[in-house]
Design a protein. Structure first.
Length: 565
C-alpha cells in the first residue's frame, strides 16, 4: 500500500527543539518519574520530577551523534553509542528485577545481563537468562523492535518521514480512515516506506489523527460498527453538520458562508501543546471547510519554545497573565488554525470559554487516568508555582518535560521501586499512593468532568492499554476495576505499591449518573504503534492512545406529563 517515492532535500520541517516533546500525557496523572526518549537526534535525559534538582539543567552542547547505518541499528542498550540509551540501561539495571530470579528463586536481584537478542538488561546473569528464555521470548521481539527504533531515531539519518507531509487533499480523492496505512496511502504520504517509519510517524501524529478519526464522518467509528451509540449519533450529527457539506451537496452548490470555528479543548495537555503546529494543521487539510481554534489547557501545558525575538512577531501573542488570567500564548498558524496554550487547571477558566455549543465545541483528554490513584505530589508541584510562574521559568519546566502519555506511564515509578536499597532515603519525591488513595476522577478530574458534562458537548478520552482503558471506564461508571494484571499473565502494569483501586469507587456527584456514552470504549486505529517499555519491568509495554471512548452530559428531554413518574 505504501509508496516509496522520496522527495529531494526539501527543508526539514521538524527541528529538534520543535519535536522535543512529541507526545503528551494529561496532567491529571503524571506519574512521570522517568527519562523519556524523544523523537529527536538531540538526546534528552531529563526527568519531570528531576526538574527541581540542581543537576537538572539543560545540556548546552550536545556531541554530534555518530551516524548509524540502517544495517547497524541493533546495539545492546548498555553499549549504545548514544548516552541516553546507555543511561536508560543503567536505570533499568538499578530499578528492575530479574524475573527468573524473583519468580523461580525468590531472589530480588537486579538484571546485570543484557539479552543478546534484544539488547535490553533482562536477567541477573547468563544462566538465569537461559533458564527464563522461554518466558522472555514473549517480550524479546518487541524489545528488539524498540531497541532498533530508538537507535534509528538517533542515527542521524535524514528523517524523511517527518518531512513533506501532505497538505491539501485533492478534491476527488477521499481519505480512508481505516488504519494508519490506508490513511497514509490515501493522503499521499510520500516518504513512509517502512514499518519503522510508520511507527515513528504514528507516534507524533497520533494526537491530531485520533481527533480526526473521532470527528470525521468517514472515520472508523460508526453506529454501524457499534462504536457510536444511539445517543452518540445525535452528538456526531451535530458536529458533522458543521465539519462537512450537507449530504448530496458539493462545494459548487453550497453558498459560501462563514461558519463558526470548531473549538477543540485539549484538557490536561502537556507535550501535545508543543507538537509542531504543522502537525495540527493536518486537521485543516482533513476538514477543508472548517476553521479550528485549539485550546491546550492544563497545569503542564508547554509554553512556547521560542526565543524573545520570535515572541515579538506579530502573529505571536504571549501573555503572562492577561487575557485568561494565567500564563498563555496564542499562535495563529494560518487563517484557519489558531493554537492557544493556557497554563492553568481547566476548572479555573471553564467559565471564560462559555457559552458552549455542542455543534462546534468538542473536548478531548489524552490518557486522563480517571481510574488511576490520585497523586498529591503532582498537586504540590503544579499548585506551588501558581501565580508566580514567570515565562522563563515556565519555559524551563517545559523543556524538562519531554513527556509522553504512554512513555511516562511505562516509565513511571521507575526509581525507588525497592525502598530497602536505601532505608534512610527520604522518599518524599516518590509519587507514593497509600492504599486509601482516591482515584483521579474523584480529585483532579472531578470538577472539570462536572463542568464539561453540563455543556452537553462530547468529551473524548484515550488510554494507553486495555487495562488503562478499563480502569478509566470503571472509575466513571462506578463499576469494578480490572484486576492489576492481564488474565494469564504474571506481569503487572504497575508495581504493587501503586495502590490501584481494587473495588468500585464511590459514585461521583454530578458525574457518575450524569453522562451517556457517545463512543464505546475500544481500540483506536490511530494510536501510536510504538511500544513504550517500562523501566521498572521491561516486560511491560504500552502504546500512546491505544484505546479511545467518549461521553456526553445526559440530556433530559422534555417529557409529557403522563410520562413523568
Ligand atoms: Zn531479549
Amino acid at each position: 500500500m505504501r509508496t516509496s517515492i522520496r522527495r529531494g532535500n526539501l527543508p526539514r520541517q521538524l527541528n529538534s527543539s520543535a519535536i522535543r516533546s512529541p507526545l503528551v500525557r494529561c496532567s491529571a496523572r503524571l506519574p512521570a518519574r522517568c527519562v523519556v526518549p524523544t523523537i529527536s537526534s538531540q538526546i534528552q535525559t531529563r526527568t519531570f520530577f528531576g526538574l527541581f534538582d540542581k543537576k537538572a539543567t539543560p545540556q548546552v552542547s550536545e556531541p554530534v551523534p555518530p551516524l548509524l547505518s540502517q544495517d547497524d541499528l541493533f546495539h545492546p542498550l548498555s553499549q549504545s553509542p548514544f548516552p541516553a540509551l546507555k543511561e536508560k540501561a543503567d536505570r533499568i539495571k538499578s530499578v528492575s528485577l530479574c524475573p527468573t530470579s524473583f519468580e523461580k528463586h525468590h531472589e530480588r536481584v537486579r538484571p546485570a545481563f543484557d539479552c543478546p537478542d534484544c539488547g535490553w538488561p533482562t536477567h541477573k546473569n547468563q544462566e538465569r537468562w537461559e533458564e527464563g528464555k522461554e518466558e522472555h521470548k514473549e517480550y524479546c521481539g518487541r524489545l528488539r523492535e524498540v531497541n532498533e527504533d530508538e537507535h534509528d531515531i538517533r542515527s542521524g539519518r535524514p528523517m524523511t518521514e517527518f518531512e513533506n507531509m501532505p497538505e491539501e487533499q485533492p478534491y476527488e480523492s477521499a481519505i480512508s480512515f481505516a488504519s494508519w496505512d490506508t490513511m497514509f496511502y490515501t493522503r499521499n504520504f510520500l516518504s513512509i516506506d517502512s514499518d519503522r517509519s510508520v511507527r515513528h510517524v504514528s507516534k507524533i501524529l497520533t494526537y491530531p489523527m485520533t481527533i480526526a478519526g473521532v470527528l470525521h464522518q468517514n472515520g472508523p467509528f460508526t453506529s454501524g460498527n457499534g462504536r457510536i451509540t444511539r445517543e452518540g449519533r445525535r452528538s456526531m450529527a451535530a458536529i458533522h453538520s458543521v465539519l462537512h457539506l450537507p449530504p448530496g451537496a458539493t462545494e459548487g452548490t453550497v453558498p459560501e458562508k462563514p461558519s463558526p470555528p470548531v473549538r477543540l479543548f485539549l484538557l490536561g495537555a502537556r507535550a501535545e501543546s508543543t507538537l509542531p503546529p504543522h502537525l495540527w494543521a493536518q486537521l485543516c487539510w482533513l476538514f477543508p471547510r472548517t476553521n479550528f481554534n485549539i485550546y491546550f489547557v492544563g497545569p503542564e501545558v508547554g509554553l512556547p519554545l521560542v526565543g524573545a525575538e520570535q515572541r515579538q512577531k506579530k502573529d505571536y501573542a504571549f501573555s503572562e497573565e492577561a487575557g485568561w488570567g494565567a500564563p498563555s500564548y496564542t499562535l495563529n498558524y494560518n487563517q484557519r488554525l489558531s493554537l492557544t496554550s493556557i497554563r492553568a487547571p481547566y476548572e479555573q477558566i471553564h467559565d471564560q470559554f462559555g457559552p458552549f455549543d455542542p455543534y462546534t465545541d468538542v473536548f478531548f483528554a489524552f490518557s486522563p487516568g480517571f481510574g488511576f490513584p490520585h497523586q498529591p505530589l503532582l498537586e504540590k508541584i503544579t499548585k506551588g508555582g501558581k501565580g508566580q510562574m514567570t515565562f522563563d521559568r515556565a519555559e524551563e519546566i517545559n523543556k524538562s518535560e519531554a513527556g509522553a502519555t504512554a512513555e511516562e506511564a511505562a516509565n513511571s515509578y521507575s526509581p525507588n521501586e525497592i525502598e530497602e536499597t536505601d532505608p534512610n532515603a527520604t522518599s518524599k519525591d516518590v509519587p507514593y499512593a497509600p492504599p486509601e488513595t482516591l482515584v483521579q476522577a474523584q480529585t483532579t478530574w472531578r470538577k472539570p468532568l462536572q463542568q464539561i458534562l453540563s455543556t452537553k458537548c462530547p468529551f473524548f478520552f484515550t488510554a494507553f492499554s486495555p487495562l488503562d482503558l478499563q480502569r478509566d471506564v470503571s472509575a466513571l461508571f462506578g463499576t469494578n476495576p480490572p484486576s492489576a494484571s492481564s488474565p494469564g499473565s504474571p506481569v503487572r502494569e504497575f508495581p504493587d505499591y501503586v495502590a490501584l483501586p481494587t473495588g468500585p469507587i464511590e459514585p461521583i456527584e454530578g458525574v457518575t449518573d450524569e453522562f451517556e456514552l457517545v463512543l464505546t470504549p475500544g481500540v483506536n486505529p490511530f494510536g501510536s504503534l510504538k511500544w513504550e517499555i517500562a523501566e521498572w519491568d521491561v516486560r511491560v509495554g504500552v502504546k500512546t492512545n491505544w484505546g479511545t471512548w467518549g461521553i456526553r452530559g445526559k440530556k433530559y428531554d422534555v417529557v409529557n406529563g403522563r410520562d413523568r413518574v
